[in-house]
Design a protein around this ligand. Structure first.
Ligand SMILES: NC(=O)c1ccc[n+]([C@@H]2O[C@H](COP(=O)([O-])OP(=O)(O)OC[C@H]3O[C@@H](n4cnc5c(N)ncnc54)[C@H](OP(=O)(O)O)[C@@H]3O)[C@@H](O)[C@H]2O)c1
Length: 268
């Protein structure tokens, strides 16, 4: 086995995961990407695509075992797989909320549980969780999605302390709105309450407009390259002007003024 560093990226069939897989591969990493669907264009490139559904224990176990057998080790896990559930909180069922957490939060928990024994044995490793600005400042009508990202923030912060003695790093990225395929397959809750309609529509239109003018997934890929190349990676990496401005405003503005700004941003 060569000294090539081995990376596993969940959800590498499109958007951030795909851009990151290609970039890291071009920079000499041995990259394994994943998708729930077999045979993607990536299979023909240097990125080896594996089947994975982060909601299923067996699928996670099989994926990590495969990487270990093929790569001999695992240096970096990038937990990127995720989707967005939209709708007023009152409209969303607990099943829909649970399904969102099953992928966006417990999917990460499953992956981390699967790789930590191996990384502890190696006495090295780096886990990077792709969080979001919505994990620091909640987005109306993306409330359950935001909650899944807030959960990921707390989880990653604690994880970082716990695995430090084993020379394992934990980091996360927080990007604002991006222009990726995610905006085209946002899942809307099945139940609609007419009273929310005008606000829901205005908020979703504002979200779409923000995504349309947002940067592409490459900005996150560039930061992920920086993170996995760093000897002393930080916990948090804010990505893009929007994430930096919003976190600064939240810190320095009086709470009421900040909330007013959020409502204006989302036209509600
Ligand atoms: N787009 C944004 O504005 C934005 C901003 C900040 C953070 N993020 C975060 O960035 C990450 C990537 O988002 P993106 O914008 O690149 O979206 P995307 O293009 O829709 O990519 C999502 C990826 O997740 C995979 N995925 C979804 N459910 C999965 C599951 N159950 N098991 C395994 N893989 C699954 C998909 O793969 P398959 O369908 O092929 O399985 C796909 O490759 C997400 O975690 C998102 O929360 C996005």
């Amino acid at each position: 086995m060569s000294a090539q560093r081995v990376v596993l990226i969940t959800g590498a069939s499109s958007g951030v995961g795909q851009a990151t897989a290609q970039l890291l591969s071009r920079h000499g990493f041995k990259v394994f990407g994943t998708s729930r669907h077999s045979a993607t264009a990536e299979s023909a490139s240097a990125v080896e695509m594996l089947p994975l559904d982060v909601r299923m224990d067996d699928s996670v176990r099989a994926c990590v075992e495969y990487v270990l057998n093929r790569g001999g080790r695992l240096d970096v896990l990038i937990n990127n797989a995720g989707y967005e559930l939209a709708g007023a909180l009152e409209e969303l069922s607990s099943e829909e909320a649970r399904a969102q957490f099953e992928t966006n939060f417990f999917g990460v928990v499953r992956m981390v549980d699967a790789v930590l024994p191996l990384m502890r044995r190696q006495k090295s490793g780096h886990i990077v969780n792709v969080s979001s600005l919505s994990g620091l400042s909640a987005i109306p009508f993306l409330g359950i999605y935001s909650a899944s990202r807030f959960a990921l923030e707390g989880y990653t912060e604690a994880l970082r302390h716990e695995v430090k003695p084993f020379n394992i790093h934990a980091s996360m990225t927080e990007a604002g709105f991006l222009k990726t395929p995610m905006m085209h397959h946002r899942q809307l809750g099945a139940n609609r309450i007419a009273e929310y309609e005008p606000w829901r529509q205005r908020a979703l239109d504002a979200i779409r407009a923000n995504e349309e003018k947002g940067p592409g997934p490459e900005v996150v890929a560039e930061t992920l390259l920086e993170i996995v190349s760093s000897k002393h990676p930080r916990l948090r990496y804010l990505i893009g002007g929007q994430a930096k401005t919003v976190t600064r405003l939240r810190r320095f503005l009086p709470a009421g003024m900040y909330e007013y700004g959020v409502r204006r941003t989302f036209s509600i």
